[in-house]
Design a protein around this ligand. Sequence first.
Ligand code: CP3
Length: 351
Amino acid sequence: MQMDIGSKAARRFLEPFRGKACSPPPIWLMRQAGRYLPEYRETRTKAGGFLNLCYTPELAAEVTLQPIRRYGFDAAILFSDILVVPDALGQKVSFVEGEGPRLEPIRNVNDLRRLDPARTARTFAPVWETVARLRQDLPRETSLIGFCGAPWTVATYMVQGEGSSDQAEARLWAYRDREGFSRLIDILVETSISYLDNQVKAGADCLQIFDTWAGSLPDDEFDRWVVDPTRRIRESLRDLHPDVPVIGFPRGAGPAAVWYVAETGVDGIGCDTATPPYVMKEAFEDEDVVVQGNLDPLLLVAGGTQMDERVDEILSLMAGQRFIFNLGHGIVPQTPPENVARLVERVRKGT
Ligand code: CP3
């Protein structure tokens, strides 16, 4: 089910990865499908549970397409979640309305017995089917981004059992029993490779690895649990699909983002909200990498001329570079949909 080369060549989104700066830059937004859209809330109610939405190809494809219909983004991102990986491995995962994810925590090496990589394909199958459906239904010129959570970030949820501000349980396990924790990371590396490989086989033409909690680790630990696993995933994917670019999003990495790019071999670097635009412009100049970012999602909530000015500033600084416009983190639920329309128009108009 590989795509024909002709339609892929027509996708503007992929141009920066082929070495070409685009003006205006391609645009998509993290969490572009979600609760800020009334049509998402309607489909979500129909689906019942959140995981049900992720595992029902018809509904997952529908919510992926909703922001494309409204705004015509250059890329769609598969609707799923980073926590389908622990779910597929056999850990109990649920989403509590208004509270976020809950998992039966895995706290030590003995708990790893509860995980079974052999059973994951059965759970992933509907996600891959969603990708195949999307490739059929999307406009030919729209790219389709597949994704997974980075092993470190997924592990923080698996070990903590919920979201946390300091990821303490995973960090403590990693310090106390490096060997045991690395077995969990290894399981996640292998599972993520096969999950992404099959997303590409079904029609994804770009991949993003979300490392939301990359910023909670000091240097050696950052190398061990963020850089190394991401490099292994990136290398395997390159062997399997040499033409499919991989974007890394090591949120909070700060100056280590440059090191991350050099060592992992990612083709794109997602910059978070705290990265100053002049750093986006200059820090990666020696790296062969596409820069993506980084409007503050709260500025998208506020909208108005404040937003316009910042958008113009980012656009003019990044002009002439291989750049993709995005937010510095995901869209939040209170975002007025009309502000997203205003943003897209502003970016497309150029400066
Ligand atoms: O549009 C898209 O970007 C694609 C879909 C997508 C979702 N989650 C849908 C979702 C993607 C790429 C993610 C990634 C994800 N999930 C990350 C990494 C990126 C980031 O935002 O930092 C993380 C850490 C998760 C884990 C997760 N999923 C949390 C912490 C929560 C609860 C918080 C929240 O926003 O509600 C989720 C739930 C979730 N994933 C929702 C959506 C649209 C909201 C659930 C709902 O509809 O009730």
